[in-house]
Ligand binder design. Structure first.
Ligand code: IPE
Ligand code: IPE
Ligand code: MG
Length: 244
C-alpha cells in the first residue's frame, strides 16, 4: 500500500498553477452547531496548510478565491468577521514573510476594502516580491466579470486617447490587462464544498482549465485531497481542441 502510494506520487504531474474556490466554511460550521464565522476561521488554517504543502511539492502559482464581488450580500456580521480575519491573517503573513518565502499578490478591487486591509495587502505584496517560492494570489473583492470589464475599459481608454488601436487587442494583450497579468492560466481549478459552478471565478483564465469538484468542505480539505485532485488531473487527456 505504501509503495503504491509512493509510486502514484512519483508519476503524477504537478500543474504549474492551481486555483481553488475555498467553499464550504459555513456548512462545515453549521454541521457542528457553530456560527458560520467559526468555519471561516478553520478555513483560514486550511489555507495555511495547503499553501505550505503547495510550496513543498513545487507548485509555482496558487490562486485562491477568498471573497467575491457577490459576497457583500451576506450579513454585516459575517462580512465584518471575514474582514477581521483577513486583517489578522495578513498581519501574520507580513510577520512570517522571511520564514515562508512566499510571494503574495492580490486580484480584485481593493478600493472597497478597509484602509487597513488595503495597506496590509500593499505591504504584503511589495515586500514579498523578492521571494522565489510559490506565488499565492488572493482573490479579494474579486469577480471574473468585473475583471473583464475593467480590462475592457482600460483598453477602451487607451484607444480614446490614441495610444492604442482596437485591432491591437489580441488574446495576449487582453490577458495582460487582467489582474493575473504575467501569471500563466491555471491548469487545474478545484472546488470543494459540493457545488458545481464557477461562481464568477477566473472567467477569462479558465478557458482550458481542468476542473475538479469534491463534496469535501473547505475546512476539511487537506494535502491528501489536493493530491487526489492532482492525481485526477494527471490522468486527463488535454487536447485543447486538437485531435489524437
Ligand atoms: C466560502 O465558504 C467562504 C466565502 C465565500 C467567504 P462559504 O461561507 O460560502 O460556505 P458555505 O458555502 O455557506 O458552506
Ligand atoms: C464562491 O463561493 C466565493 C468564494 C469561495 C470566495 P460562494 O459560496 O460565494 O458561491 P455560491 O454563492 O455558492 O455560488
Ligand atoms: Mg459557499
Amino acid at each position: 500500500m505504501f509503495f503504491k502510494k509512493k509510486k502514484l506520487a512519483a508519476d503524477r504531474k504537478v500543474p504549474t498553477h492551481i486555483a481553488i474556490v475555498m467553499d464550504g466554511n459555513g456548512r462545515w460550521a453549521k454541521k457542528r452547531g457553530l456560527p458560520r464565522t467559526a468555519g471561516h476561521k478553520v478555513g483560514a488554517e486550511t489555507f495555511r496548510t495547503i499553501a505550505n504543502y503547495a510550496k513543498s511539492i513545487g507548485l509555482k502559482y496558487l490562486t485562491v478565491y477568498t471573497f467575491s464581488t457577490e459576497n457583500w450580500k451576506r450579513s454585516d456580521e459575517e462580512v465584518n468577521a471575514i474582514m477581521e480575519l483577513l486583517e489578522k491573517y495578513l498581519r501574520e503573513i507580513i510577520r512570517d514573510m522571511d520564514k515562508n518565502q512566499v510571494r503574495f499578490c492580490f486580484f480584485g478591487d481593493m478600493s472597497r476594502l478597509s484602509p487597513q486591509l488595503q495597506e496590509e495587502a500593499r505591504i504584503a505584496s511589495e515586500e514579498s516580491a523578492k521571494y522565489s517560492g510559490v506565488q499565492v494570489n488572493f482573490c479579494l473583492n474579486y469577480g471574473g466579470r468585473a475583471e473583464i470589464l475593467r480590462a475592457a475599459q482600460s483598453f477602451a481608454r487607451e484607444c480614446m486617447d490614441g495610444t492604442r488601436k482596437p485591432e491591437e487587442l489580441t488574446e495576449e494583450a487582453f490577458s495582460d490587462l487582467m489582474y493575473s497579468a504575467g501569471v500563466p492560466d491555471p491548469e487545474l481549478i478545484i472546488r470543494p464544498g459540493g457545488e458545481k459552478r464557477t461562481s464568477n471565478f477566473l472567467l477569462w483564465q479558465s478557458a482550458y482549465a481542468e476542473y475538479y469538484f469534491t463534496d469535501v468542505l473547505w475546512p476539511d480539505f487537506g494535502p491528501e485531497e489536493l493530491e487526489k485532485a492532482i492525481a485526477s488531473y494527471s490522468g486527463r487527456n488535454r487536447r485543447f481542441g486538437g485531435a489524437e
